[in-house]
Design a protein around this ligand. Structure first.
Ligand code: BJW
Length: 236
């Protein structure tokens, strides 16, 4: 039995790759996920980018092209409706995603916190500027701001790097009445620790996933099934 939405005012939602799986974007740790075909240590660390930027750019160029042809699904749309419905009733939704895609925004969510960055942005390691980016990236590409070449990288958070907006995210988590994790395996920190943090502060917790995640037993409520069915069923 999931916590009925009418009983809560402030909801903190954490989404992961599973919410975008039915939009055709690969998850990481499922049996045919990205990390079954690609080595994360060779593609998703600052050291990998320093040693082999071409390979890292090729990986993210491929995923950027996939994203540009993907569409949000019923789960993304349900969360956008939840945000506006809660606001009408004086509540609020804090939507924190580990995903680097923009499918929540394209489904109509107004405020999305991308703790692991955004694939459709590039950042210049020379001047620090972050900019929208839809084309392929390469080591030759000059920064539109400082004009230097070789410094542009995908605006994403790799292993060993600090997730973005983390202080504001923790503040919002601890103010919530309900914490809901959707489509995440619960294996990457700090996001994997949000459930225990919430529980420790007396916040009710709920997991919606295809199957029990690594830390499923820490949740008060659970619902299993494809996100495109389970999320709208919870929101409606
Ligand atoms: C469906 C579905 C459907 C499928 N419907 N569901 C030892 C202990 C603790 C920590 C560490 C440690 N050693 C190292 C660390 C730290 C490290 C870490 O956690 N490593 C672990 C692997 C152990 N973390 C970091 O380095 C982070 N930084 C950090 O910790 O900084 C220090 C700090 C200190 C204090 C406070 C704060 C910070 C940075 C982590 C960066 C992760 N980066 C990536 C790549 C981003 C760019 C990119 O996309 O390429 O982020 S890795 C990858 O994993 C990506 C994801 O956001 C992240 C999480 O994956 P997610 O979303 O959970 O996907 P999956 O595939 O794992 O799961 C999908 C789920 O969906 C499954 O459960 C399916 O069942 C389900 N599903 N279809 C519903 N249709």
């Amino acid at each position: 039995m999931l916590t009925p939405i009418r009983e809560v005012i402030k909801i903190f939602i954490l989404t992961g790759a599973g919410i975008s799986a039915e939009s055709g974007l690969g998850t990481f740790r499922d049996k045919d996920g990205l990390w079954s075909r690609f080595d994360p240590m060779k593609l998703a660390t600052p050291e990998a980018f320093a040693h082999n930027p071409d390979e890292v750019h090729a990986f993210y160029n491929m995923r950027r092209q996939n994203l540009l042809s993907a569409e949000p699904n019923a789960a993304h749309r349900a969360l956008a409706r939840l945000e506006s419905g809660l606001a009408e009733r004086g509540g609020s939704l804090f939507l924190c995603t580990q995903n680097i895609d923009d499918l929540h925004e394209r489904a109509g969510s107004q405020r999305v916190f991308h703790m692991h960055g955004e694939l459709l942005k590039a950042r210049c390691t020379a001047c620090g500027e972050t900019m929208p980016w839809q084309e392929d990236l390469s080591v030759e590409a000059p920064c539109p701001s400082c004009r230097r070449s070789g410094g542009l990288r995908p605006h994403v958070v790799w292993f060993g790097e600090m997730p973005l907006e983390i202080d504001g995210i923790y503040d919002a988590l601890l103010e919530a009445d309900l914490f809901v994790a959707i489509g995440t395996s619960g294996s990457v920190y700090p996001a994997a620790g949000f459930v225990s943090e919430a529980r420790g502060h007396g916040i009710r917790t709920c997991e919606i996933n295809l199957e029990p995640s690594d830390n499923a037993r820490q949740f008060d409520d659970r619902r299993y099934g494809p996100a495109s069915e389970a999320v709208p069923a919870w929101v409606e």
